[in-house]
Design a protein around this ligand. Structure first.
Ligand code: NAD
Length: 264
């Protein structure tokens, strides 16, 4: 039904079993997709422990999107081991900002730290696609992960808000640039989920509590909720959808005044 059987995916952003990208791997594998993972060297041992849990993972190669050279390293290793093979799906679930982006008011974050956050969390979508393109089949689907702080204030998200706004803009621009060749690029705006990356945001638990109390579904979303939307975006069922930002947030983003103010 999904039309994903026999497809191939590049998945970037697995660091642990809690990673949103890991749930996406599980859903893609269950739909018949063969997986090639790009891992950051600092998470190598964790990622290698996951390897045996999904037989659909055919390859693991180092990837660091901080530079062209370390991004190209992934595709060089992939094509050396799998000559002529192309992928249909690219999952970009990558985000990072230095500690200093969160431990002081945004007015005092240094340029180089802002630049790191923008390079890794936003501009890397362009970098990944630049090197991926020769290894992607026609009608490929790329999915990136964003957060609602891109267009609304969330306390303590700081510089990452700017990065996510830029990432959503890259999604639209790249969708227009690559659309004539049939490639689709979409973003999923996930509600807050406890992961390694989320652990770096001060007060994250308070955001989880607030969303659970106020989202229309009165709960937080899970990695599996996000992965469900991702496999739809990866599949031909969404063939007419590109450049979009799909919210998977238990409906939180449609609210403004919380119902709870009427409670007493
Ligand atoms: P995670 O820590 O499991 O994943 C983040 C990934 O980014 C890791 O695999 C890490 O290796 C990778 N990464 C960081 N710097 C990199 C670099 N230089 N090169 C290559 N990879 C690099 O956390 P997650 O929450 O699963 O994050 C995945 C994506 O989802 C991120 O873009 C994050 O901003 C986004 N997101 C997360 C939440 C949430 O609440 N967890 C909400 C909305 C969006």
């Amino acid at each position: 039904m999904l039309g994903l059987q026999g497809k191939t995916a590049f998945v970037f952003g697995v660091a642990s079993e809690d990673s949103i990208a890991w749930a996406i791997c599980q859903h893609l594998a269950a739909s018949g997709v063969t997986l090639y993972l790009g891992y950051q060297k600092r998470f190598m041992s964790r990622v290698f422990q996951l390897k045996d849990k999904l037989p659909q993972i055919e390859g693991f190669y180092p990837l660091d999107v901080a530079t062209d050279a370390e991004t190209k390293e992934f595709f060089d290793a992939f094509s050396a081991e799998n000559p002529g093979l192309k992928a249909d799906i690219l999952i970009h679930a990558i985000g990072f900002a230095p500690r200093s982006c969160f431990d002081r008011p945004i007015l005092f974050v240094e340029d180089q730290d802002i630049n790191t956050a923008m390079t890794i969390s936003a501009n890397s979508l362009q970098r990944c696609l630049k090197f991926a393109l020769p290894h992607l089949n026609e009608n490929s689907s790329t999915i990136t992960l964003t957060y609602a702080a891109a267009n609304r204030f969330v306390p303590n998200y700081g510089i990452m808000s700017m990065a996510k706004a830029a990432l959503e803009c890259w999604t639209r621009e790249l969708a227009c640039h690559l659309g004539p060749d049939g490639h689709r690029i979409n973003a999923i705006s996930s509600g807050p989920i406890p992961t390694l990356a989320a652990g770096g945001i001060p007060g994250f638990d308070k955001i989880l509590d607030h969303v659970e109390a106020n989202a229309p579904l009165r709960r937080n979303v899970t990695q599996s909720d996000v992965a469900g939307a991702a496999i739809w975006l990866a599949s031909p069922l969404s063939s007419g959808v590109t450049g979009q930002c799909i919210y998977v947030d238990a409906g939180y983003s449609i609210t403004m005044v919380p119902q709870s103010i009427m409670d007493n």
